[in-house]
Design a protein around this ligand. Structure first.
Ligand SMILES: Nc1nc2c(c(=O)[nH]1)N[C@H]1C(S)=C(S)[C@@H](COP(=O)(O)O)O[C@H]1N2
Ligand SMILES: [Mo]
Length: 199
């Protein structure tokens, strides 16, 4: 098994400002879990990449895995510490797509739930601890938590971690996703309490 990547848990302080610890793992999403037929599941990496790809579940599952140990901070003020995620690094997926074109600067992550999206800077999406996770604490990711596969970006608030991931789209200009259009922050760094707005 691959070594465990854990850059964000070495901090002396693990709880960002304004957050409270929870031991449970709440379920939070806008529309509930969509029905996903495993035979029809696809993950595409597209937009400003050199070679757009679309992976089937079997192709995705065969890719090299990473393990990431990280905390999960929801903007509604709960934080769940010590999560072990396993999946495929976003950087590995980008590599399969021939890498980012020079003008690519942001990512729009799309969910299978009715056009739900979230936006984040490309450098955050390819951080060493950003992955498309298929398991949590040694168990397959449940549908309510975004299974079969979800994005996990530990350094940003949890709404950037798109559940039921369907597309990773590289774009040149930042474009607000679902919650961002509803007032949430374009970046969403929990350590700077970037909950709402653009600043
Ligand atoms: N596709 C999709 N991903 C999503 C959401 C959503 O509504 N749809 N909600 C986000 C929000 S607001 C949070 S806090 C986390 C919650 O993840 P969890 O339900 O596994 O705790 O998922 C994020 N990812
Ligand atoms: Mo959230």
């Amino acid at each position: 098994m691959s070594p465990i990547i854990s850059p964000d848990t070495g901090r002396p302080q693990r709880l960002p400002p304004g957050q409270s610890l929870t031991r449970k793992w709440p379920v939070l999403d806008a529309h509930g879990a969509p029905a996903i037929d495993p035979g029809k599941w696809r993950l595409s990496v597209e937009g400003l990449v050199h070679q757009p790809v679309e992976l089937t579940w079997n192709e995705f599952e065969a890719l090299p895995r990473v393990q990431v140990f990280a905390d999960f901070h929801c903007v509604t003020r709960w934080s769940r510490l010590d999560n072990l995620w396993e999946g495929v690094a976003v950087s590995t997926l980008l590599g399969l797509a021939g890498g980012a074109r020079p003008e690519a600067a942001f990512v729009l992550a799309h969910g299978y739930d009715y056009g739900w999206t979230t936006n984040l800077p490309l450098d955050q999406a390819v951080a060493e601890d950003a992955l498309v996770a298929i398991s949590h604490d040694g168990e397959p990711l449940t549908a309510e938590h975004g299974g079969p596969a979800r994005l996990i970006v530990p350094r940003l608030y949890a709404w950037k971690s798109a559940k039921w991931l369907s597309r990773i789209e590289l774009i040149a200009e930042d474009r607000a996703g679902f919650w961002e259009r509803n007032g949430y922050h374009m970046l969403g760094d929990p350590w700077r309490e970037q909950r709402f707005g653009w600043g």
